[in-house]
Write a protein that binds this ligand. Structure first.
Ligand code: SF4
Length: 252
């Protein structure tokens, strides 16, 4: 059952079963809802998304501080929401350990979504690690392709992006149609700052990646992440040496 944000009344068939090829009417509805949700709290946005799209609502997480914050909120609002992680085979052990910590703390089992080749197979195919020469292709094969497959059948997913993280993310709506993955993207933390996220983590002792205490504000795959120096941008440690700051999941 889905409800209107304004009236609390059940919505029509269109809203109950959003088309994979969205109509103008559906896009206009999303735009309107997004504007109304600008002043809502992340918890209210998540509640709205769950009411609106569950059981076709999911979340992809890289176990970053923002993602952990959303998992914490989902555990209170809708703990049955399926959560998955793109396990490229190159993630830090500290990141992978968070899957168990989330299970212990919240009872939520984060599902790993895997590429169709192991790291060894992939590197053998390319004569070595592709992240050293062509990280865009590596991210495409080991993240984007997997997410495209994983997004099928869902109507909406929660994203942990903040608008102040990068120019690419600055205009992200709270709710919008994700053309790349053909589902609705909900960004409950779009208006939050890094300080807001860490305040909540500290207040509720939310599990987080210990690498954040060792100079890694943004953690991706191990080969493509380095610690940043004081004063550097928080994503400066991602794909250092390449003209690349995004894996492509959130750019249009
Ligand atoms: Fe490959 Fe690096 Fe992208 Fe991970 S972050 S998928 S190792 S290029």
């Amino acid at each position: 059952q889905v409800f209107s944000i304004d009236s609390g009344e059940p919505r029509g068939a269109l809203a109950a079963d959003p088309p994979l090829a969205p109509t103008d009417e559906f896009l206009a509805e999303l735009e309107s809802d997004s504007l109304k949700l600008e002043s809502a709290t992340p918890q209210e946005i998540l509640k709205w998304a769950v009411d609106r799209f569950a059981p076709k609502f999911t979340m992809a997480t890289a176990f970053g501080p923002e993602g952990m914050t959303i998992i914490h909120m989902l555990a209170e609002i809708a703990p049955d929401t399926p959560v998955f992680n793109l396990e490229t085979g190159y993630q830090f052990k500290e990141t992978l350990d968070l899957r168990e910590r989330v299970k212990q703390r919240y009872g939520i089992e984060v599902e790993y979504k895997l590429p169709d080749t192991t790291v060894a197979e992939y590197e053998a195919m390319h004569g070595g690690p592709l992240y050293e020469t062509n990280p865009n292709q590596c991210c495409f094969d080991r993240k984007l392709r997997v997410l495209h497959e994983s997004a099928k059948g869902w109507h909406a997913w929660a994203s942990a992006i903040r608008r102040d993280q990068s120019p690419d993310r600055a205009k992200a709506p709270i709710v919008g149609w994700d053309k790349k993955f053909q589902l609705v993207k909900v960004s409950p933390l779009a208006n939050w700052t890094k300080k807001d996220v860490w305040s909540l983590i500290t207040k509720h002792d939310i599990p987080y990646n210990p690498l954040h205490d060792q100079g890694y504000p943004s953690v991706g795959c191990q080969p493509c992440t380095r610690a940043v120096k004081v004063g550097e941008d928080e994503r400066a440690g991602r794909w250092a040496g390449f003209q690349k700051t995004e894996c492509g999941l959130h750019s249009s």
